[in-house]
Design a protein around this ligand. Structure first.
Ligand SMILES: [Fe+2]
Length: 252
């Protein structure tokens, strides 16, 4: 009996020891869990702060780009908010064609800045009502390259610089400054080219009345494969008039 009592006592001790070990494990696990919760909460805070910083940075980049764009557009009373509208048409098309590309903020920057090189073109050429003489045309055609040189060294505008440089290229290779053809032309520049023509056709200019979106769409479709990327012209055919009207009204 005494032996059994001792054995029972030993079993009890073992049980208590295990119980203590288990409690310790539980406390450790709980502490670990609290620690993980703290880490998660810290991470959430860091992420939120980082996100706010990125948004702030993007807003100040955009404000800088807009200021530069306005400086160019202020010279031309007729274009109004051409750059803003082109950027909006261009972004609408980009989101439909390549949503990932549309996520790159530099696409909008490039659309807005496309004609920044015109700061170097004299009023006499820029606003000449008559057709340009061959040498004036040569000077005018330098604006994409001048614009590219203005923005290419700005770290947040490297991709935008490609749009600025190639916004007058043509799908058939007959554009300028590099005579790139087809998919050699950066995708955003191919999209821009359609948006630019759409805006030019659907806005009143000193020497031309605007046409309807339907008419502009069909004229652009007729130049698919020559001036324009057929895929972009085709996508434009799917953007409803109501959407284009809204963009024109919102930025006009
Ligand atoms: Fe241009």
């Amino acid at each position: 009996m005494a032996e059994a009592g001792i054995r029972k006592g030993a079993g009890q001790d073992e049980l208590e020891r295990l119980q203590l070990a288990l409690d310790r494990q539980r406390r450790l696990a709980e502490e670990k869990e609290r620690q993980l919760e703290r880490y998660a909460s810290d991470l959430r805070e860091t992420f939120k702060a980082e996100r706010a910083r990125t948004d702030e940075l993007h807003a100040s980049y955009l404000a800088t780009v807009r200021a530069l764009t306005n400086a160019v557009e202020a010279r031309d009373a007729y274009t109004g908010k051409h750059a803003e509208r082109v950027a909006a048409y261009g972004l609408e098309l980009t989101r439909r064609i390549d949503p990932e590309l549309a996520e790159n903020p530099q696409v909008e920057f490039g659309f807005l800045l496309h004609d920044v090189g015109k700061v170097a073109i004299s009023d006499g050429i820029l606003f000449k009502p008559e057709p340009l003489l061959p040498e004036e045309r040569t000077l005018m055609r330098r604006h994409p390259m001048i614009g590219y040189e203005i923005v290419r060294d700005i770290p947040f505008l490297e991709d935008a610089a490609q749009i600025v440089r190639h916004h007058h290229e043509r799908w058939d290779g007959a554009g300028y400054p590099d005579g790139l053809a087809g998919e050699q032309i950066p995708a955003a520049a191919r999209i821009f080219s359609v948006a630019d023509t759409l805006d030019a056709m659907t806005t009143d200019r000193p020497y031309s009345r605007r046409v309807s979106f339907a008419r502009a769409r069909s004229e652009i479709a007729a130049m698919a494969g020559s001036q324009f990327d057929p895929a972009v012209a085709d996508e434009l055919a799917h953007v409803p008039d109501s959407r284009l009207e809204l963009i024109r009204a919102g930025t006009g």
